[in-house]
Design a protein around this ligand. Structure first.
Ligand SMILES: [Zn+2]
Length: 148
């Protein structure tokens, strides 16, 4: 499966790709040289709106759209990505989430959530806890729309 490294101006696109489970690196500050190096070393596709940068890369997709959701569609279509693994990666750092027993997260989640939610995931990198909260349904509809 294709993996990506997104240019600095594509933060929202990177988040959406992670939401769908696609391996996507993103750095708030990074030089072109470093992007090119990561792309070559790890075989990642650069996602960028910078035509000049794209020309220098071995693997690059030039993003045209302005809106993140449109940009996401460009990526999915370009790589024919029809199978997603949504809610499997940390949106902050791209790490794969691990399921964690409720007892272990009780102290870190809102009491209201503890009342109804039984399944939790934790990021091994940043410790962030994920659960299928109120935004889940909305995201799920969006994901079903783009991934089928
Ligand atoms: Zn994380």
């Amino acid at each position: 499966m294709a993996s990506f490294v997104a240019d600095v101006h594509l933060a929202k696109l990177a988040k959406l790709l992670r939401l769908l489970g696609f391996d996507t690196l993103y750095f708030t500050h990074i030089e072109d040289e470093e992007l090119l190096k990561i792309s070559e070393d790890e075989g990642r596709w650069i996602l960028t709106k910078d035509r000049a940068l794209c020309k220098r890369a071995k693997q690059c997709l030039l993003i045209q759209a302005k809106k993140p959701k449109e940009q996401l569609k460009e990526v999915l279509e370009a790589f024919k990505l029809t199978r997603c693994n949504p809610f499997t990666r940390c949106l902050v750092d791209n790490a794969l989430l691990e399921s964690v027993p409720k007892e272990e997260v009780l102290a870190k989640i809102p009491p209201k959530v503890a009342q109804w939610c039984e399944e939790f995931e934790r990021c091994p990198e940043c410790g962030r806890i994920y659960w299928k909260g109120s935004h889940y349904d909305r995201m799920k509809r969006f994901i079903d729309g783009v991934c089928g």
